[in-house]
Design a protein around this ligand. Structure first.
Ligand code: DC
Length: 217
């Protein structure tokens, strides 16, 4: 398997998708799991600070992984998981230990089934510390905000660039400083700054790394 971690907007999804396609691996977006649970919690009127209620919600959520991606309670995870109100609440939801325990359990089960490129914040450190290939992507905050802005505009969501930059900085700080599974590179992760690289260049570097590791074994 390949573990790809990093902050919001570092290019994880684009790179993970490209690497998975090139290698014939499945692509697991663990952020989408936290987002889907957050969307469900908001719909049920659960406060993002209510750890016990969120843990119970996670325990009563059915998570499957099919050829087209994640299926939550029988429905594919859709665009609602990327809505601005979900993005604002997801860091708080994902900081609860019980929520993480439950979602990590599902993630490990999915990873045990075969060749997967998994992206997230704690794949190389917590979910799969034995992953043979670990990559930690970074990019400047300005570049990450620009990418998210473009992505959202393409999806029909108009958000101001400065407010998006603020939100990403807030989410970074929150994700990096939480006591449970903070966003930190694994000691054995290869760090790549994607600010001045095309997705293609980064995908090629990760594939080269996978081949290198395979030959070394
Ligand atoms: O990658 P993303 O922006 O879709 O992730 C949404 C949030 O989910 C992110 O702010 C932190 C959380 N997350 C996490 O805590 N652990 C992961 N493995 C993946 C995402």
């Amino acid at each position: 398997m390949v573990a790809i971690d990093g902050p919001a907007g570092a290019g994880k999804s684009t790179v993970a998708r490209g690497v998975a396609r090139a290698l014939g691996f499945a692509h697991l977006d663990t952020g989408a799991m936290y987002r889907a649970l957050t969307a469900k919690a908001l719909g049920a009127g659960i406060d993002p600070s209510d750890g016990p209620a969120l843990t119970s919600l996670a325990e009563h959520t059915e998570l499957d992984f099919g050829p087209d991606g994640l299926i939550v309670d029988g429905h594919p995870v859709g665009r609602e998981a990327r809505a601005a109100r979900v993005s604002r609440a997801v860091s708080a939801v994902s900081a609860h230990q019980g929520v993480r325990r439950e979602l990590v359990r599902h993630q490990r089960k999915i990873l045990s089934k075969g060749d997967v490129v998994a992206e997230g914040r704690d794949i190389g450190t917590v979910v799969a510390p034995d992953a043979p290939v670990k990559v930690f992507l970074t990019a400047s905050i300005d570049e990450r905000a620009r990418r998210r802005h473009r992505e959202m505009a393409e999806g029909g969501q108009e958000v101001s660039l400065p407010s998006l930059k603020d939100e990403i900085a807030r989410r970074d700080a929150h994700d990096s400083s939480r006591p449970v599974s903070p966003l930190v590179p694994a000691a054995d992760a290869v760090q790549l700054d994607t600010s001045n690289q095309t997705p293609r260049e980064v995908v090629d570097k990760v594939i080269a790394l996978v081949r290198e590791r395979r030959e070394a074994r």
